[in-house]
Write a protein that binds this ligand. Structure first.
Ligand code: OFO
Length: 169
């Protein structure tokens, strides 16, 4: 049985994962609207992964006898100035999520909830991977530029990298 404090934090995070899914799906929509097919696929798959992250929290809450409560999910932003800005915002968002996961780990440790502490280790590893991937993509996008052939190449590259990355999951 989870403590009220722990279950409340986990529930908040479940809702934040929902937001992340919408955030990346909206990015995917923006990309396809601008003809950036590879980037659009990347963010769509990323959005699906966030739904899986949400589902893990949902299942954990249920499995420990807590009712998961889905609240209001804030609307994500709808437009960005460039693919570089999207990647910057995505990386910024993942850093925020990493902070949130670290806070959860801290709470679990403080109240000696080692089962939840153990459950959260998957997220700790996942955040490391997500930040690494987004940083690599952002660096490439900055390198080749935001227009013309450079943009075409990075979009293609994003499609290839994301296909490889997500096939391994
Ligand atoms: Fe992007 O890791 Fe969940 O939110």
């Amino acid at each position: 049985m989870l403590s009220t404090e722990m279950s409340s934090h986990l529930n908040n995070q479940m809702n934040l994962e929902f937001y992340s899914a919408n955030f990346y799906l909206q990015m995917s929509g923006w990309c396809i609207n601008k003809g950036l097919e590879g980037s659009s696929v990347f963010f769509k798959i990323h959005s699906q992964e966030e739904m899986e992250h949400m589902q893990r929290f949902f299942n954990y809450l249920s499995d420990t006898g807590t009712l998961p409560i889905i609240g209001n999910i804030a609307a994500p932003p709808i437009s960005w100035s460039s693919l570089v800005e999207i990647l910057e915002e995505a990386l910024k968002h993942e850093k925020l999520i990493t902070d949130k996961i670290n806070q959860l780990v801290h709470v679990a440790m403080n109240i000696r909830d080692y089962s939840t502490f153990n459950f959260l280790q998957w997220y700790v590893a996942e955040q490391h991977e997500e930040e690494k991937l987004l940083k690599a993509m952002l660096d490439k996008a900055v390198l080749v530029g935001n227009k013309g052939e450079g943009l075409f190449l990075i979009d293609k590259e994003l499609g290839i990298i994301s296909a490889k990355h997500f096939n391994n999951h």
